[in-house]
Design a protein around this ligand. Structure first.
Ligand code: NAG
Ligand code: NAG
Length: 424
């Protein structure tokens, strides 16, 4: 309970006063009264009219039990309240032209922004290819690390290179030896249809691939850059249903290289586990990557990341960008919950940041996540990778070469120090 005291030329009858708590730090002139608050605790009115901010503002109030009062809906309380309606049924979500009217410059926006706005109220899409048994079985077969990799139907070569190198499924030992950990990989796909450009029909090949490797998840929405956030949201939903006990998750792109063994060592050194009763559990607030803080939206209309001012105002919350991020399974379950109350945003990394912000979780920065690659003269030297956890970007061919070289390097484990000193 919060009491706020406001008084002008008023001396309270002190002896009769019931006991009140006055927040520390509240300056008092008379020594008895708290200072006048300069602002209300909650922003009840939203001054700027950017679409995302307005939507979120409405949602934040609706789902705030204090502001909402006794179950009374806030509908109609405010004329700037706008609502997202998703029927919740898969396949029933239609583009809604009414959204265009909320953006004064809708007609001048790039197509991907228009498409996003017209369907941003939809987040339930049917799953076309599922792997419900990926994590099934006893606790011993729950993956320690699940690698969830965003891919597109046509990227067969990337997926195969990943399976043969850093995304190999099975019991994997860290670089420093010790016990083996169960690692599994899944690829997150959507529909690549003719609307996104002319594509040959690859559905039969995909079917074959999926029945061979059993590592494909595919949903029934258009696979576009601005729809990538849907892959996060739908993956979290899938995870909470089919793989909720997984310990760690790597979520990344199919054009990065990950030193999986170094990542396994990192988990065991960084102390992300805490005892819970007599069991060890991972923290539910741990996320690590290349953290970008205080970034401003890109306002160049002809770029891939362009977000118009009419859609979003303000800076982005801290987020992990650049091809890959790691978090605990426990945090993924919280993200699944909170994402239901966060409006979709076209850039997936930023959306994760927005969800984390609402969970009051700050992402940890790790200099081993190399969004912008190594300096060019070091790229070819395997020993330059000894502090690297992730590097962007690598072709399937480069993945295979680098993998082989790193294998050779780590098999001469005792020599590693020497080699590093010698060549880097
Ligand atoms: C909320 O409900 C309780 C009990 O139903 C009632 O006593 C109280 O006055 C209500 N408060 C408001 C703000 O409506
Ligand atoms: C996302 O997918 C939906 C369903 O396929 C589609 O209607 C929408 O236009 C897509 N959005 C973008 C930004 O491409």
């Amino acid at each position: 309970m919060v009491s706020v005291f406001v008084a002008i030329n008023y001396s309270p009858p002190l002896p009769q006063l019931p006991l009140h708590f006055i927040a520390t730090g509240a300056s008092t002139n008379s020594g008895a009264l708290a200072s006048h608050p300069v602002r209300p605790f909650w922003n009840l009115r939203l001054d700027d009219g950017a679409l995302w901010n307005r939507l979120q503002h409405t949602w934040d109030r609706e789902h705030n039990p204090i502001l909402r009062g006794n179950g009374t809906s806030s509908k109609g309380q405010s004329h700037d309240a706008i609502h997202l309606q998703d029927t919740g049924k898969t396949g029933a979500c239609k583009q809604d032209a009414a959204w265009a009217s909320h953006l004064h410059d809708f007609n001048t926006l790039p197509d991907q922004m228009k498409d996003f706005v017209l369907s941003m109220h939809c987040r339930h899409y049917a799953i076309l290819v599922d792997q419900p048994n990926l994590c099934a079985g006893q606790e011993s077969t729950t993956p320690f690390l699940l690698m969830a990799i965003k891919s597109q139907v046509g990227n067969f070569e990337n997926r195969q290179a990943i399976r043969e190198t850093w995304g190999r499924s099975g019991w994997i030992q860290g670089d420093s030896g010790g016990r083996r950990w169960l690692v599994r990989t899944v690829f997150l796909l959507a529909r690549q249809d003719t609307e996104t450009g002319p594509h040959p029909d690859l559905s039969a090949l995909l079917k074959l691939e999926s029945s061979t490797h059993k590592d494909i998840l595919q949903w029934d929405f258009k696979d576009t850059f601005f729809n990538l956030t849907l892959k996060d949201v739908l993956f979290w939903n899938w995870l909470s249903k089919h793989c909720s006990h997984v310990h760690f998750i790597f979520k990344g792109d199919d054009d990065v290289f990950v030193r999986t063994k170094a990542l396994l060592d990192y988990f065991n050194h960084v102390g992300v586990q805490k005892t819970h009763g007599n069991k060890m559990k991972e923290r539910d607030d741990f996320v690590v990557g290349d953290v970008i803080a205080n970034a401003w939206p890109n306002r160049q209309p002809d770029t891939k990341y362009y977000i118009p001012e009419s859609f979003y105002k303000g800076t982005y919350p801290a987020y992990a960008g650049g091809g890959g991020v790691v978090y605990t399974g426990a945090l993924a379950l919280r993200l699944q919950e909170v994402s239901r109350w966060v409006s979709l945003f076209p850039i997936d990394d930023v959306y994760l940041g927005m969800c984390l912000q609402r969970l009051r979780v700050s992402p940890t920065h790790h200099s081993g996540f190399l969004t912008f690659d190594l300096p060019e003269d070091l790229r070819e030297k395997p020993c330059a990778y000894h502090n690297v956890l992730l590097v962007h970007k690598r072709t399937p061919k480069e993945m295979l070469t680098l993998w082989k070289e790193l294998q050779t390097l780590s098999s001469g484990l005792g020599l590693v120090g020497l080699i590093i000193a010698w060549c880097c």
